[in-house]
Design a protein around this ligand. Sequence first.
Ligand code: BJW
Ligand code: ZN
Length: 246
Amino acid sequence: MNFKQEFLDKLLSAKKIVFFTGAGISAESNIPTFRGKDGIWNKMNPEELASFDAFMRNPDLVWEWYQQRRDIVHKAQPNPGHVAIAGLEKHYDVTVVTQNIDNLHRRAGSTKIFELHGNIERNFCIECHTFYNSPDLETTNTVPKCKKCGGLVRPDVVWFGEMLPQDEFSGGEKAAEWSDICFVVGTSAVVYPATYIPMSAKRGGSYLVEVNIESTELSSYVDYSLFGKAGEILPKILEEVKKFKN
Ligand code: BJW
Ligand code: ZN
C-alpha cells in the first residue's frame, strides 16, 4: 500500500496519536456493525432496544438482546486492527477513544482507553446504582434484580437520550485536542456527541485520517481518507512506522 508523503511525514514527526473507533473496527472480529447493509439495525428498530424507555417497556426483551450480544463478544477475538493499535504504543503516546462496548481494544493490549458508550461487561441497578459484572449475571435470560434493593439491573451502556460518562468524554476530547494525528476508524460518525471527538482534534490542529471501507459524513472534513478494511490498513501503518522507529 502506498501512503501519501504528507501522511508519512506527519507519522514520522508525531508524538501523540488518538484512535477514535467505532463498530467497523470490530467487524472483522465478527461483531456486527449497527448501520449499513450488514448492520444489526437493518433488522431492528434502535428506538425499541437502545433507549431507557424501551428497557422500561420490555426489560426482558432488551436484556435478552444484550445477552445475545455478550455471547458474540465473548466468542470474538481482537483482530489485526486492534492489535496494530496496541502495537503502536511502543512508538507513540497512543490514546484510544472508542464508541464500542466490546472490550476488544483492552483485550488486544491497548492501555489508555476512553469508552464513550460504556461497556457490555458492566451492569448496574437502576434504583441504587450497585454495579454488577456480567459473569455474575451470565446465567439469566430474563432481566436480573438487584441483590440489595430488588431494582432492575441494566447494562452499563449509553442509550439514545442519555448523557455520556463525563470523565470518559472530556478525557477523550482533551486527548484528541492535544493529538498530532487522529485516526477515525470504522465509524459512520453520525452519532453525537461522540463525533465531536475528531472535530476537537481538528480544532486543536491534529491531522485527521479516516480509515473506512466507504466514505462517511466525515470524509470531506478529514485530511486523508484510507479506504479499505481496518484489519488490513492499520497493520500496514504499523509496518511503515517500524521502518523508521525502533
Ligand atoms: C468498516 C469495516 C471494516 C465496516 N473496516 N470500517 C439530531 C442531531 C444530532 C444529535 C441528535 C439528533 N437527534 C438525536 C440526537 C442525539 C443522539 C444522536 O446522535 N442521534 C443521531 C443518530 C441522530 N445522541 C444521543 O442520544 C447521545 N446522547 C446525548 O445526546 O445526550 C444528550 C442528551 C441527553 C438528554 C436528552 C437529550 C440529549 C447518546 C448516544 C448513544 C449511542 N448509543 C449506541 C448504543 C450503545 C449501546 C449498544 O451498543 O447497544 O452506540 S447507538 C450506536 O451507534 C452505538 C455506537 O457506538 C454508535 C455509533 O455507531 P458506529 O460505531 O459509528 O457504527 P456504524 O454501524 O454506524 O458504522 C460502522 C462503520 O464501520 C461504517 O462506516 C462502515 O462503513 C465501517 N466499516 N466494516 C473499516 N472492516
Ligand atoms: Zn439496587
